[in-house]
Structure formats: C-alpha cells, structure tokens
Ligand binder design. Structure first.
Ligand SMILES: CC(C)(COP(=O)(O)OP(=O)(O)OC[C@H]1O[C@@H](n2cnc3c(N)ncnc32)[C@H](O)[C@@H]1OP(=O)(O)O)[C@@H](O)C(=O)NCCC(=O)NCCS
Length: 243
C-alpha cells in the first residue's frame, strides 16, 4: 500500500467489487465531457481485473473512491497495457493519476517483467506521467498487433478514423516502455519537458488533420514559403504520429 498526502493507492481485490459500477460510469461520463473516444468496459470486466489482482484503486482518507487503472496483456504476454485510467473529478490535479500510474507500472513490471508496457492516450497529462516513468512516444506499428486488443477500440467513437488509417494512426498517442531497450526516466522526462509545447501543438494539428480526411492539397502552393513550412511540419508529424 502506498500513502501519499491523504490518498491510499492499493492493488484492488475482492473487497473492492462494489466500486466497479461507479468506475465504469465515471469513465463514460468523463469521455463524454471531454468529447473523446473510449474503449468501453463493463462492470463485470472491471470486477474480473480486481479479482485477478490486475488493477489499482485509490481512496481518500475517508475511504471515498478517488481513481482506478487496470492491466491487460496481449500477444501472449509479450505486451502489457495499463488502461482505463480514471480519477474522480473531485480529486483531480492532486497527483492521484501520477500515484496510480506509478503503482500500476510497478505491478506490471512485477507480474510481467519481460513484457513491453504501453498505453494509448489523447491527453497531455498522461503523456507527462508516462514520460516520467520512462515511456517514449512510438508509432502504432510498435504496439501489439493482437486482434483482440484492436477489437477493444470498436466501442470508441473514433474507430472509423482508426480503420480509415489502416490501424496506423488515430486520435490517441501511443507510448511504450520496453524493458530490454529503453531510455532512463530522467531522459524521457527531460525530453517531454523540453518538447511539451511542440507536442501539445502537434496533438492539436494531428487531431484536426484526422478529422479532415477529405482535405484537398493544392500542389500549386508548393512554391509558397508558408506551404514549405507546412511540409516540414508534415515530416515531423509523420515521425511522431504516422501522418
Ligand atoms: C487525466 C487524469 C487521469 C489526470 O488525473 P489527475 O489526478 O488530475 O492527474 P495528476 O494530478 O496526477 O497530474 C499529473 C500531471 O499532469 C498535469 N495535468 C493534470 N491534468 C491536466 C490536464 N487536463 N492538462 C494538462 N496537464 C494536466 C498535472 O499538472 C500534473 O503535472 P505536474 O506533475 O507538473 O503537477 C484525469 O483528469 C481524468 O481522469 N480524466 C478523465 C479520464 C482520462 O482522460 N483518462 C486518461 C485516459 S488515457
């Protein structure tokens, strides 16, 4: 058990099953509020993760539920995803997500020491937390190609975008920690700190671009200096986000 400030961060178990519904409801309403997609999960699925000891749950000092995250394995355990991170709105911006992600990362390393750990996110907060743990941004081709994982995206509002891009790209940014080949957390953290302004802009451009699949490119503008700048940005976008 980890206690920081007034929060308890625990590996979930049978005693937490009653919180499954509130967790699922909060995941759904938060996704709606943000206008982003989400791979929907049922309360039974969340309960199964709790029973298996593959989830982390947070409470405040009065035992009020504060947050949650769970582990999924893919490609016969070659990959592990830390998914479904959610913090109760009343406890946000207090470091709860950071504590949960640290705990679930440690649990993943303990249960699956050989596995590559990855996550998909649309948000800068999670990119920041992941960077502090040693994750780096990768293209989708470096993630598990397990059909069952990608099938989980079917319930997301952005699934059509994912398929139109042949599963090479979507609204989410992919980040990965490879235990056999990784940067030190200090390096990935520094990279994020130095580049976060650019990453935030790239995220916005990427999401705007993915929403405009029929945008026509006018080749006449190729000699226009402004368009050359756009072309350079495209190559950077391609490197990070496969655009
Ligand atoms: C994203 C979410 C999990 C963050 O939870 P949180 O407990 O507020 O996050 P933390 O307080 O641990 O913040 C971690 C860092 O991200 C930053 N951060 C938090 N929310 C942020 C936001 N909306 N935009 C930018 N940065 C943010 C914090 O300032 C903090 O940085 P710091 O270490 O420099 O202070 C929470 O807002 C949430 O549940 N959102 C809805 C569900 C969701 O988006 N889940 C992620 C799916 S991948």
């Amino acid at each position: 058990m980890e206690t920081q400030h007034q929060f308890q961060i625990l590996v979930a178990n049978e005693s937490h099953l009653d919180f499954a519904q509130i967790i699922v409801d909060e995941m759904e309403s938060s996704a709606k509020a943000r206008g982003t997609g989400i791979a929907k999960r049922s309360p039974d699925y969340i309960k199964q993760k709790m029973r298996e000891g593959k989830a982390v749950i947070a409470f405040n000092q009065d035992g009020i539920w504060a947050g949650f995250c769970y582990i999924e394995t893919w490609s016969h355990g070659e990959y592990v995803a830390n998914s479904g991170l959610i913090v109760s709105p009343v406890f946000r911006k207090g470091g709860v997500a950071k504590m949960i992600k640290k705990k679930i990362f440690e649990l993943s390393r303990k249960l699956y020491p050989e596995a590559k750990i990855f996550g998909l996110t649309t948000g800068l907060a999670v990119m920041k937390i992941n960077s502090e743990l040693g994750y780096e941004p990768v293209t989708y081709s470096e993630l598990t190609q397990d059909e069952a994982f990608w099938a989980g995206c079917k319930s997301c509002v952005n699934y059509e975008i994912l398929m139109s891009k042949e599963r090479k790209n979507c609204m989410c940014t992919a980040m990965l920690y490879d235990p056999k080949d990784h940067y030190e957390p200090e390096e990935t953290k520094q990279f994020f700190e130095e580049k976060k302004g650019m990453l935030e802009r790239l995220l916005r451009i990427k999401q705007w671009k993915l929403l405009q699949p029929f945008l026509k490119k006018d080749h006449k503008d190729d000699h226009n200096p402004k368009m050359i700048t756009v072309s350079r940005k495209r190559s950077l976008l391609h490197y990070f986000f496969n655009l």
